[in-house]
Design a protein around this ligand. Sequence first.
Ligand code: IVH
Length: 686
Amino acid sequence: MASTESAQAVAREVESLRAQLEQWNHQYHVLDAPSVPDSEYDRCLQRLLELEQRHPELQSPDSPSQRVGGTPLAQFEQVTHELPMLSLGNAFSAEDMLSFNRRLLERLGLADGDEESALEFACEPKLDGIAVSLLYSEGQLQRAATRGDGSTGEDITHNVRTIGSIPLRLRGTGFPDLLEVRGEIYMPRKGFEAMNAEARARGEKPFVNPRNAAAGSLRQLDPRITAQRPLQMCCYSVGLVRGGELPDRQSDILQQLGEWGLRINSETAVVKGIDACNQYYEELAARRDQLPYDIDGIVFKVNATSQQERLGFVSRAPRWAIARKFPAQEEVTRLLDVEFQVGRTGAITPVARLEPVFVGGVTVSNATLHNADEIERLGVQIGDAVVVRRAGDVIPQVVSVLKERRPAKAGGDIVFPDACPVCGSSVEREEGEAVWRCMGGLICAAQRKAAIRHFASRRAMDIDGLGDKLVEQLVDAGLVEGVAGLYALTREQLVALERMGEKSAENLLAALDASKDTTLQRFIFALGIREVGEATALNLARHFGNWDALQAASEEELLQVNDVGPVVADHLRQFFDSAANMAVVHALRDAGVRWQDLEPVADDLQVLDGQTWVVTGKLEALSRDEAKAALQRLGAKVAGSVSGKTDCVVAGPGAGSKLEKANELGVKVIDEEALLTLLRDHGVAP
Ligand code: IVH
């Protein structure tokens, strides 16, 4: 008797843990509103895993414990879609939309141009991912499949279970006995970028775009890999429905799906009339780059299902819906040449010269090839047909090569220069780094020009009117050797330059004069010391208060400064130890560059002051509490859940939803070893 009772108690506890975990999971992944610290979630999950292990008879495929990824498959099974998964007709302009509307009105026997008969449309972003079908039986996720060719896809249930925004069982009540939900699985951009950065750091091949990354993640036989990928799903329609009723408008169906716990795109809207559709398109097109995921257009659907039924289908697409496509973000063009640019720190960047092509809304004729490894990975040759991508404000890049279109007389492999293309100095690459650098320092005209551009820039000395072209002219004409030379320029020298009038010369001299009155932090930043950005310059200025103290500081003293680690301290010391650099600083001060010294801030300010950290997964050398205490000693707040306010996540093996969230939000992630290094560097390792 006692044993049945306790078995019942265990079953009840398992059930209540599952309900609780799914509730939190839904709040976190579907509503974007985390409600408990991750530690609480993890504790419940651990308890559930423990009980399920002790009572295997209670295991269930819809348990939240199944989300971590089970045993790998040997192969994918084929799935036949009982109702085929359709495609959509396309529109490329406002006129195409008007014709679409005319066709609809004609078939429905409604008058064109009259307010009364304007159709109601559901407007939905067209997510650029992978179309999938989810089959729920009695509310339980039974099977997930890719669209495939529309009739037959692949069974990806094992992978889909690991995606946090997909409920393993539907919430609430009133769902049909059998319900097929369709939607798009995609990878948000931040997660994609973080994942690629990690892949590059490991020397692995990055994914070309978020869509390929999503597809590749779903094509894994091992669900534990998929579980690590920052995937999401938004639902946009239903397929099979048996034993139940759904609302009679597309927008209401989506809302109902949302109530059952599925994720619906938050940009969806209902509008009346085709003009409003075009307006919706324009508005979203303008915000496209700010969305956290890629979309390739907008889908417009006649909202009333009764009208949808009357309109029916043509071949494999519904007559009642259309996808208005955005201008492509990827185009094919030809690689004309590769040039090697030298930056301020000597970094050599290969730049592709392209046959001009219209992509992402502008004409592009240059694209970055990043570095030598990237050229090798692409295997690109001069003359190749290449795919160029320009998304948002990101610099255009060559993402792939169409090798099958390689001309017979392509230019052969691209050879990375073994000397600086500008000054001929040797090039070197540091252990573990991808970039080659020119070792010429300020001998190199390219580095000199870049140093002057940086010195003059708005956040540095803010020399108004000293643009890139002028810097180029000044260095090429031999008028300016380095930054100090700027203050020796005369009116006569300037007016003798091409395209320089009396007035511009006067203005430039006045701007140079005005720039001399600066702040210590701007001056430090303006010098362009490697890895010393604005924030570090400010910390240095506040810590030392004056130049002489900074310049005399030992590496150890430099390490006391917020944000300064061994690498930065080393760059600073190297800079101060160079007689040439110090001569420049003297010359600048002699020319009259000046600032007010600061009251040094006592360094009771901690390195992690004001930061929020999260610790997740299993740590080996430290207990979680030790890690937490050490981080707090450095001034950090240690939180239980990851949000946009998180500065850094420490992730050990087995990290799950928090790591996923961090990747999704582009939050910095470090491992235990990096944490230990940080703690040791600041003398707080236990
Ligand atoms: S409706 C019956 N709605 O676009 C209509 N499709 O060619 C079938 N897609 O690969 C699709 N967002 O995965 C629909 N809000 C949305 C969509 C959407 C993206 C994809 C879909 C399919 C393609 C249709």
